[in-house]
Design a protein around this ligand. Structure first.
Ligand code: FMN
Length: 210
């Protein structure tokens, strides 16, 4: 099974991270998870998950919360630059930063590597591994747009937290899963979180210019 790095930062959208993590564990992958301090604040607000205690205790909290019972999850300290994934010599299959704040977008785009999320992303880019960035902000200013352009130029994929409505979602979970499923797909992980478009169900009634 593969090893995937997931960074959770302090942008809104923690439910996307939850579903990506569950999708990876369901497929029995190993996850190396890093959560920024701001990410922990948003996780507490949006998932009701208040992280407490040592790293080992927090890791157990995540594992209990995700409740998948397959795969494995290791929570890495946010500033541990000596962690395995800080070196290009440690192989991992891909990384997603989900959700990704504009602060982290900017710092990865400029190679700052001030914490393990940014360093692992820097490693992914230099080693030409998959790096999926799931930015969340609205509206976007020119700095955000330029930083995202720089990330694409460096080899990252920008997969905005922008759920579509043409699949006729019936719940918030459907909307969350449509984004999480695309993230997993871009990491090369099979999943059935989102429906593949099979053409317009109303096509027989539509007037389409031939
Ligand atoms: C509840 C909450 C929601 C936030 N939502 C966003 C957001 O959607 N996008 C964003 O760029 N920053 C957002 N922020 C601000 C970031 O958390 C802040 O810029 C932080 O410094 C990001 O740090 P990090 O990238 O290390 O996690 C939010 C903060 C809070 C507390």
């Amino acid at each position: 099974m593969g090893t995937y790095v997931i960074g959770i930062t302090g942008a809104s959208g923690a439910p996307y991270a939850r579903q990506v993590l569950r999708g990876l564990l369901e497929r029995e992958h190993h996850v190396k998870l890093i959560v920024s301090p701001a990410g922990e604040r948003v996780v507490a607000i949006e998932l009701g998950l208040q992280m407490k205690g040592s790293r080992a205790a927090r890791q157990e909290q995540w594992i209990d919360y995700l409740a998948v019972g397959k795969g494995s999850l290791e929570l890495l300290p946010h500033k541990d630059f000596a962690a395995s994934i800080s070196s290009g010599s440690y192989p991992f299959d891909g990384m997603a930063v989900v959700p990704c704040s504009m602060g982290t977008v900017g710092r990865i785009a400029h190679g700052l590597s001030t914490n393990l999320i940014e360093r692992a992303a820097d490693v992914a880019l230099k080693e030409k591994r998959r790096l999926v960035i799931v930015p969340r902000e609205t509206p976007l200013n020119l700095i955000h747009l330029r930083n995202m352009t720089a990330l694409v130029e460096a080899g990252a994929e920008i997969l905005p937290a922008m759920p579509g409505f043409y699949h006729l979602p019936k719940s918030v979970d459907d909307l969350v899963n449509s984004v999480a499923g695309r993230v997993l797909e871009r990491l090369g992980v099979e999943n059935d979180l989102f429906k593949k478009w099979r053409g317009d169900p109303l096509a027989q009634f539509a007037q389409v210019d031939e």
